[in-house]
Design a protein around this ligand. Structure first.
Ligand code: C2E
Ligand code: CA
Ligand code: CA
Length: 965
């Protein structure tokens, strides 16, 4: 177990008070009693004091502490007093003989001194040397008195023995030591507590008692009934009371208390050091020469001590001065730092204010606040931050680049605004900032010749201007000016003005960007709504205006007409003369048509050679009139580069609300009417339900089909074609299906005719083409699909597509997109389609064949076409119509037709394909007849594209064991 230091709880002050109270009674009793009782009372008080020291020493576990030493001292003194007084009364002990009492007393007194010395040591102090010196000076002063009045008479008295002299001298000497110790305590200057005062009181009473005793015994007037025993009793009471009092500081104090005032101490020391010289003078006056030498020696010692004291004082003073200098230096440095910090703080605050301000301005700029607002907030910011009375922002006039105009200002003196509103570049600080393109500062403004008169007259003292830039060029300036005397612009302020001017630049640049954006937006909007070639409204614009016209017609209960024109001979111009001529014709068509229209009518180009006219508030008959006028106007040849070019136009007419109440429906029906007009090569056709074979049911489907193409409701089925010699799959026919959300899978017969009657066949064919070619590409790329190297995909082309001048270009584009070589595409065209417009069909097929695509004539045998005309068609394949093939084995007629078609094909060098091969017998027969390719349920039924790969693989294996392989 580690020894633990017990915490010392100080005794309560009540113990000391009780002790003192009892002691006072004892003192009183002592003074009243006589003889032995008096002696025992004195001894009792000593024992009580011993008890007190024992208790305190016990509690403090402090063996060598001041209280423990006091206890030992009392242990010696108690028997000393017992022997001296109560017993000595009877023994009649002589005072002057060395007795046991003297040994005990002197031992006890020395221990007193030791105890006090210990206390002094423990308490310590900052100026030990000075304290020792001071107490030495006082003690020696007192010692002089003791010598002269007490010791010297005894020493010189021949009636005393040597031993008696020694004892008699010892007491005053020790007393002087005791006194010195108390003075030392006093000098340490901590006699503020009750305990310390009691302790000092004890020593004083003790010394008084000793003095009285010594003096009375020297004069032979000592008596035990005199004051001495009472004084001794009192001294013990005070000692006990002091020791018991908790305020007696036995340990070093935590914080030094204020010391005895330096003045009092100095006076004390001064008085003490004067004792020896005064006594010396006294001795001189009274003629007592025997002590002069001793006293003079002591004077000398005192003088030396005083000198030492002064020396230390001087060193102290010097030290103090040095410390004070250092202190002052550090105070100065501190003050300097303080001002620097304050300046730093101020500049930081200014910077913060600037960046706050700039941030607010930036927010305004980015939130696209009105430009004037932004500029005003910048001038207000400059005025706030720089605290100058006048702030102005000038920008170069757009019309006059030599003039700066005031666009925003703060504090411009009343009445000067007109004079200051404009400024020549180069004039004034603002003008100079622009012409020199740098920050300009003008101090002593009023005396400056370049200054502006209104400001000079009002004694402006200084001004500073920073340039504003747009696209790197100075186009204005931000200026601040003041009437304050001796104004200097700090670097921070200069930076602030430059930063604010830069924000003006930012705001202006941003505003320009916004304006440019708006212009670009307007342009984009115009482009989005207009045709680039002719500048006429485009399809989107036409739809919008039509819807608008229909709305207002509904309100007015009026009818609206739409005319759709398609040029008939335009393709020829393009082909023979080049696109440049085609374009020029298209550009000339607009004005021709417009000349026939009212201002409220709209002419639009829908694409290619299709033009559309919207006629608000127009009846069907009036629309027919307008249409004929336009057709007539277009019949006049166009003169381009001196060449006369003729175009004709077909025209379809619809009238709302009778024939439709949406732009979509109206255009679609106008398309039908236009198609009829084209077919008849005649007059404009007004749409009517009789004209359109569409039943309401079909009409519904028509509307849905338009959406179906966009929504991917269409899908492809494919049917393979087998080579009758090699059994390889040499072709795949793409057959479209409509996965109708309500009606389920619709066969092509249900919707192809509808699509053909309207413009819808165009996007439908485009979809089938691109989808079919996409699939072919993926099969070619997939090594798991064993297709022959020249296997082609066959796509059905409707009659309508043969009238479309752009069709060949479209096919080429789709082929390129899919990355499929043209010879792997077969376009199936029906015989009837060719017969509808043989000339045109011939032209288109030639063009198509020119791209490398193969052409098949579908449903051959049903059109009764002149077989001879086939010779001139660029055709590769004949597809024998399935009606002949399916009836081949039962109708000899049909068999004959099939055979002659096969022969004809071979004569012309064409491949023959039989479709509708439903049985093995048909297959055999076709093979015998030399037909090249078979397609039909016997080979495979049309299947989803996803099943194709698997079927081809399976077919390979089967074919290995088949008679057709
Ligand atoms: P098509 O060009 O004559 O196509 C062949 C039609 O005969 C297909 O009918 C096919 O399913 C059917 N067929 C195939 N093998 C046999 C067989 O052994 N016996 C019988 N009785 N029929 C067989 P589907 O798919 O209903 O097509 C009908 C017509 O729709 C096609 O006749 C074609 O003219 C048209 N068509 C199909 N897809 C398209 C297309 O994508 N575009 C255009 N414009 N027309 C298409
Ligand atoms: Ca076909
Ligand atoms: Ca067919």
């Amino acid at each position: 177990m580690a020894p633990t230091q017990p915490r010392v709880e100080p005794l309560s002050g009540r113990w000391s008070h009780a002790f003192l109270a009892c002691g006072a009674v004892v003192v009183l009793a002592t003074s009243l009693s006589q003889g032995a009782l008096r002696g025992w009372l004195l001894v009792g008080s000593a024992v009580a004091a011993l008890g007190a020291t024992a208790v305190v020493a016990q509690r403090r576990h402090d063996l060598l502490g001041p209280v423990s030493i006091l206890r030992v001292a009392l242990l010696l003194l108690v028997p000393g007093y017992v022997i001296w007084y109560p017993l000595g009364l009877n023994a009649e002990l002589a005072l002057v003989t060395i007795s046991i009492t003297d040994v005990l007393f002197i031992g006890g007194y020395l221990l007193y001194v030791a105890a006090l010395a210990r206390l002094i040591r423990r308490r310590g102090g900052s100026d030990r040397v000075v304290q020792v010196l001071d107490s030495l000076i006082i003690s020696i002063g007192l010692a002089v008195l003791a010598w002269v009045f007490v010791i010297s008479p005894v020493v010189r008295d021949p009636g005393f023995s040597g031993a008696a002299k020694a004892t008699a001298v010892s007491y005053p000497a020790i007393d002087v030591l005791l006194l010195g110790a108390v003075i030392r305590l006093l000098v340490q200057g901590r006699l503020t507590s009750v305990g310390d005062r009691l302790l000092t009181g004890w020593v004083c009473v003790q010394l008084t008692a000793d003095l009285v005793y010594t003096v009375t015994s020297l004069r032979d007037t000592f008596s035990f009934d005199g004051p001495s025993p009472v004084l001794y009793t009192g001294s013990f009471v005070l000692l006990g009371g002091a020791v018991l009092h908790p305020s007696l500081a036995l340990d070093p104090p935590a914080a030094p208390e204020p010391s005895l005032s330096a003045w009092r101490r100095l006076m004390l020391v001064g008085a003490a050091s004067l004792i020896a010289p005064i006594v010396l003078i006294g001795l001189g006056l009274t003629g007592k020469v025997e002590d002069v030498a001793t006293v003079a020696l002591m004077s000398g010692v005192l003088f030396a001590l005083a000198l030492a004291r002064i020396g230390i004082l001087m060193v102290d003073v010097e030290q103090h001065r040095r410390i004070e200098d250092q202190l002052q230096a550090s105070v100065r440095a501190e003050r300097q730092r303080f001002t620097e910090n304050r300046e730093l703080l101020v500049s930081l605050r200014e910077r913060q204010a600037l960046s706050d301000r700039l941030f607010r301005i930036q927010r305004k700029i980015s939130s696209r606040a009105p430009l004037q607002d932004v500029l005003d907030s910048i001038t207000a910011g400059a005025s706030d931050l720089l605290r100058d009375e006048v702030t102005g922002l000038r920008l170069i006039d757009a019309e006059r680049p030599d003039i700066l105009r005031l666009v925003s200002s703060v504090g411009v003196p009343a009445g000067t605004a007109p004079e200051l509103s404009q400024l020549v570049v180069g004039e004034g600080v603002g003008g100079r900032a622009v012409s020199e393109d740098r920050l300009c500062i003008q101090e002593d403004y009023a005396a400056w010749e370049g200054g502006l008169d209104p400001f000079r007259a009002r004694r402006l003292t200084a001004a500073m201007g920073a340039p504003v830039h747009v696209e790197g060029r100075p186009i204005g300036s931000l200026v601040v000016g003041t009437f304050r005397p001796s104004r200097k612009y700090s670097p921070a302020e200069q930076d602030a003005l430059i930063a604010l001017a830069e924000h003006v630049s930012l705001a202006l640049n941003d505003a320009r960007t916004v304006q440019a954006m708006h212009e670009a937006l307007d342009q984009a909007l115009h482009q989005a709504m207009h045709d680039a070639l002719t500048g006429l409204p485009n399809r989107a614009c036409f739809y919008e205006r039509t819807e608008q016209a229909l709305r207002s017609a509904r309100r007015d209960d009026a009818s609206t007409a739409v005319l759709l024109f398609d040029l008939d001979r335009f393709k020829e111009i393009n082909d023979t003369l080049g696109h440049r001529y085609g374009d020029l014709v298209l550009q000339d068509i607009g004005p021709r048509i417009s000349a026939q229209l009212r201002p409220q009518d709209t002419l639009a180009r829908l694409g290619g050679d299709e033009f559309c006219v919207l006629l608000p508030h127009m009846t069907a008959s009036a629309a027919g009139l307008v249409a004929r006028q336009i057709v007539a106007a277009l019949e006049d040849p166009f003169e381009i580069d001196g060449m006369l070019l003729a175009v004709e136009a077909s025209c379809g007419i619809v009238v709302a609300p009778e024939q439709g109440d949406t732009a979509d429906l109206l255009l679609q029906r106008a398309d039908v009417a236009m198609y009829l007009s084209k077919r008849s090569h005649g007059d404009p056709v007004v749409y009517s339900d009789e004209v359109d074979v569409n039943t309401p049911d079909r009409l519904a489907l028509l509307g849905e089909l338009r959406a179906a193409i966009g929504r991917d409701e269409l899908c492809l089925h494919v049917q393979p074609q087998r080579d009758l010699v090699t059994a390889e799959v040499v072709g795949i026919e793409a057959l479209v299906r409509w996965n109708h959300p309500r009606l389920g899978f619709l066969p092509p017969d249900r919707f192809i005719p509808i699509a053909e009657d309207t413009g819808l066949i165009r996007p439908l064919t485009a979809w089938v083409l691109s989808s079919a070619l996409g699939h072919l590409r993926s099969w070619i790329d997939d090594p798991a699909v064993p297709l022959s190297n020249d296997a082609a995909i066959a796509v059905n082309v409707s009659t309508r597509s043969l009238l479309d001048d752009d069709f060949a270009d479209e096919v080429t584009a789709v082929l390129q997109r899919a990355g499929v070589p043209p010879e792997r595409l077969i376009l199936e065209v029906t015989e009837t389609a060719i017969m509808a417009d043989p000339e045109r069909a011939h032209r288109l097929l030639t063009e198509l064949a020119g791209t490398g695509v193969r052409i098949a004539i579908d449903d051959f045998g049903t059109g009764y076409s002149s077989l001879a005309s086939l010779r001139f068609l660029p055709v590769h394949q004949l597809k024998i119509d399935k009606s002949f093939v399916t009836r081949m084995h039962e109708a000899p007629n049909d068999a004959t037709i099939v055979r002659s078609i096969i022969d004809l094909g071979h004569t012309l060098g064409l491949t023959t394909v039989a479709e509708g091969v439903e049985t093995e017998a048909a297959m055999d027969q076709l093979q015998r007849l030399g037909c090249d390719v078979a397609q039909g349920y016997f080979v495979a039924r049309p299947m989803p594209t996803a099943s194709m790969a698997e079927w081809v693989r399976h077919h390979r294996l089967e074919a290995a064991g088949s008679p057709y392989g």
